[in-house]
Ligand binder design. Structure first.
Ligand code: NAD
Length: 461
């Protein structure tokens, strides 16, 4: 699997690719549910037949172990396809609605229809799943799709381009590989919907470009996701679940707990318990462990190393510059002025801030952009209610981390600075569908009072 031979897409090529997809969409073939189901089965078959290459590419680009790559990328995609195939007929049905008394004789219904030709732009951290999961929704809803994978994970990008190219006609699904230039050229196109996953900064660029043509968007962005550990938490379980969520994919997860807010009384036990959990998962020297992943590139590796100067490293802090690996690291004595608390960390470094009063936590989190995720460890129902009602965030868990993303029955998405719109399961179908309202009037009779008339003062017939 070499990194060479990425096709260079010129603006003219991109114009042509989008124009042909629009033409194909206009031919109505994607409107039939039978067609969509057949294509989803085909997609599953394409992934199944290429599973080994996908896992290999994920290892090459991110050092993901087969187990992690399977559960968080390939298996995730199967779960989405399976549910969609099972439920699509129901989701795609038009829905009869009541009609008002004034509309007597007529029928009303809501009819989901595909937007048309959609653009999916993806990041590098879960480079397979974050292309395929929205794509499943786009296909289920009957759209054609242009996919722009991340250039920072070139092996995964290349495998996806080959698989989609082998199994689908480019007038239906096309992968356009490349970096900034390709993205910019794509954003000039008259897409009918844009689904973007990536950073908040680039999300603004995408939304600005979309606004010029009033293209609807979903923005799946990032941010700093707090993890609150209250004074009644089950420390051992909390530590395991925090270590699981923070160090999966070496912290390069949009919904990873970004920082810990821990009740002062629990801090020493929690720090110890997280260390124990890390050693249980990755041994005492994770950076020597093949199945502990790597930071995607040197730029991100150096950005993360700079954070080690903040606060005090109480655990970890070691790294291997040749392999771009950083050990799971706990940073104590951190405050909000430190660099590590300014931007999303996106790496295996967990800053810890202690609190006495939960209200301070609520006020501080609310002073910052709305997080993509929030995690609370507490068995106290009042505390759970207080946190979930007084802080706005995309989604999250009580007494766990990450797991809310892994069920297709919960919509996944951000709010405010962490994004807009949501997907997964039926929500993906809804995201990629326009719900068209139709009123069918009867011709059997005609109520005259609705019409203007010159015959009486009220202007009625
Ligand atoms: P990024 O925003 O740098 O890049 C995402 C995609 O946009 C890539 O395909 C890239 O080529 C393209 N791009 C980059 N600059 C562009 C520009 N100026 N115009 C148009 N397109 C451009 O993000 P990233 O570094 O690949 O990913 C990390 C970010 O993504 C983190 O902030 C993370 O939180 C976020 N993320 C969010 C989710 C989610 O579901 N909400 C999931 C994964 C990652």
């Amino acid at each position: 699997m070499s990194q060479s031979t990425v096709r260079e897409w010129t603006e003219t090529d991109i114009d042509e690719a989008v124009r042909k997809q629009k033409l194909y969409f206009a031919g109505l073939e994607t409107r039939s549910v039978a067609f969509r189901l057949a294509q989803l089965h085909r997609l599953k078959e394409a992934v199944k037949r290429n599973e080994e290459d996908i896992l290999k590419a994920l290892y090459m680009d991110l050092g993901k172990s087969d187990m992690e790559a399977y559960t968080s990328e390939v298996g995730f995609v199967y779960q989405e396809i399976n549910l969609t195939v099972k439920k699509l007929k129901k989701w795609a049905k038009q829905r009869r609605v009541k009609t008002a008394l004034t509309h007597i004789g007529s029928k009303g219904w809501v009819q989901p229809e595909p937007y048309g030709t959609v653009l999916i732009i993806a990041p590098w951290n879960y480079p397979f799943q974050l292309v395929l999961a929205p794509l499943i929704g786009a296909m289920a809803a009957g759209n054609t799709a242009v996919i722009k994978p991340s250039e920072l994970t070139p092996n995964v990008s290349k495998v996806m381009a080959r698989i989609i190219g082998d199994f689908f006609h480019p007038d239906y699904l096309a992968v356009i590989e490349g970096g900034l230039e390709a993205s910019q050229a794509l954003l000039k196109q008259p897409f009918d919907y844009i689904f973007f996953t990536g950073s908040t900064g680039v999300g603004k660029v995408v939304m600005e470009a979309a606004a010029k043509r009033l293209i609807p968007v979903t923005l799946e962005l990032g941010g700093k996701s707090p993890c609150i550990v209250h004074n009644d938490a089950n420390v051992k379980l909390a530590a395991k679940r925090i270590a699981f969520g923070k160090f999966m994919n070496v912290g390069q997860t949009c919904i990873a707990p970004d920082y810990l807010y821990v009740h002062q009384s629990m801090k020493p036990q929690l720090i110890l318990a997280i260390q124990e959990a890390v050693e249980q998962f990755y041994g005492s020297d994770p950076i020597r462990l093949d199945r502990y992943g790597k930071i995607v590139n040197e730029k991100h590796f150096n950005r993360l190393l700079a954070y080690l100067k903040d606060g005090t490293v109480v655990y970890g802090g070691t790294y291997d510059a040749d392999k771009h690996k950083i050990a799971p690291t706990l940073l104590d004595q951190v405050d909000w002025n430190d660099a590590v608390m300014q931007d999303e960390i996106f790496g295996p470094i967990l800053p810890i801030i202690a609190y006495d009063d939960l209200q301070d936590v609520i006020d501080t989190v609310n002073r910052h952009p709305k997080p993509l995720a929030l995690y609370l460890f507490s068995d106290n129902a009042d505390v759970q209610r207080r946190i979930t009602t007084s802080i706005s965030f995309g989604g999250g868990c009580i007494n766990d981390t990450l797991m809310h993303i892994a069920t297709p029955h919960l919509p996944f998405g951000g709010v405010g600075g962490s994004g807009m719109g949501s997907y997964h399961g039926e929500y993906s179908f809804q995201t990629f569908s326009h719900y068209k309202s139709i009123l069918k009037q009867t011709n059997r009779f005609d109520l005259s009072f609705r019409y203007p008339s010159s015959r009486n003062k009220l202007g009625l017939v």
